[in-house]
Design a protein around this ligand. Structure first.
Ligand code: PMP
Length: 349
């Protein structure tokens, strides 16, 4: 029998993350994690936190992390929001700023979680297709009648980045609504809109500790924006769970943010490995989209993406295949691992 709750459950279409096998040891190039350990200072800070203090709740404000992020981006602490992974920050922003009578604009292809949240919160998507070169075209975001705009920069899973002037174009064309710029991969070669936060009260920049800071395991993400936008997120958060960051994550993330040197070192290594990988893939006949991220989005004119994915898996290498879908189904997304891992990938291909 159909009941209200059964219909509700049936209507939920959750995001399906990349495989996280717990058995066999794969070379894991499928979920854009860092192949490098977190900052040694972050590891030491987390180790020091494990002990008697864990009986106490963490600081509900996450103030030490907000202060460190404010210092790192040249902002005030009231311009920083922290949450349990950027997925949670995105969820709160969608709930707070995009629910309404009007649709929410975002691209296709982009991060597929946006569609999931839109469905969950009853938001109608206004899907704006990428052009034939997989680019976001800023003028496509002019004259919209929407509740908000989400731009992923660099975009995922394409890896392509927009210059800040294009982000400003979209901000100026949508001054009455929040423009959320998801910068999960920005540290690998794109320009961050964090420098625009003081100029645009409608800008919310969302970043994560999961990629460039190699801390996917502690689930910390953050938003940078006008104090009013941040205050809105705080009120939403406190209506759900006033302690979104645990004590261990808080000290680890803070130490990682304060270790700018280590961040630069592992980003530089990743970029160098990416350039080597792109050149090798092109030698093998792959078409590789220009990437400003820690992954590459690739297709081969003569080889089927699904069979490539299966054959690599067979050989102990996991990459991301998105299923038999138009356009995206012809591509694989390959995370940039260590030099050794990428050499193994090229040998397997
Ligand atoms: N945004 C984009 C574009 C992503 O690819 C991801 C990672 N899947 C996230 C946000 C979420 O990252 P996290 O929740 O680990 O911060």
């Amino acid at each position: 029998m159909s009941r209200f709750w059964t219909d509700r459950i049936a209507s939920l279409d959750p995001y399906v993350p990349g495989e996280q096998p717990q058995d066999k040891k794969y070379i894991k190039l499928n979920t854009n994690e860092s192949p490098y350990p977190p900052s040694p200072k972050a590891i030491a800070a987390m180790q020091a936190e494990v002990g008697e203090r864990l009986r106490l709740y963490p600081d509900p404000n996450g103030q030490m992390l907000k202060n460190a992020l404010a210092d790192a981006y040249g902002l005030q602490a009231n311009q920083v929001f922290v949450g349990n992974g950027s997925d949670e920050v995105l969820a709160l922003a969608f709930m707070g700023y995009f629910v309404g009578d009007k649709p929410l604009a975002f691209a296709d292809i982009t991060y597929s979680f946006y569609k999931v949240y839109a469905n969950l919160y009853g938001i109608t998507p206004n899907i704006i297709p990428l052009n034939d070169d997989f680019d976001i075209v800023p003028s496509d975001y002019d004259n919209l009648d929407v509740s908000g705009v989400v731009v992923t920069n660099p975009n995922a899973p394409t890896g392509k980045a927009l210059p800040l002037s294009d982000i400003e174009h979209i901000l100026n064309a949508n001054q009455d609504v929040v423009v959320l710029v998801d910068e999960a991969y920005v540290d690998f070669g794109a320009q961050s809109a964090a420098t625009l936060v003081n100029q645009y009260p409608n800008l919310l920049v969302v970043q994560t500790m999961s990629k460039s800071r190699a801390l996917a395991g502690i689930r910390v993400g953050y938003a940078l924006g006008h104090p009013d936008l941040i205050e809105g997120l705080e009120r939403l958060k406190n209506s759900f769970n006033s302690y979104p960051i645990d004590r261990i994550a808080l000290v680890g993330a803070t130490a990682a943010v304060q270790d700018a040197e280590y961040l630069a070192e592992i980003c530089d290594k990743t970029i160098a490995t990416r350039e080597w990988t792109v050149a090798e893939l092109e030698k093998l006949g792959f078409v590789v989209l220009p990437s400003a991220t820690n992954f590459v989005f690739v297709t081969h004119p003569e080889r089927d993406a699904e069979s490539l994915y299966l054959s690599l898996k067979e050989q102990g290498i996991l990459v991301r295949y998105f299923g038999k879908k138009p356009r995206i189904g012809d591509y694989l997304r390959i995370t940039i691992g260590t030099d050794e891992e990428m050499a193994a990938l090229i040998a397997a291909l």
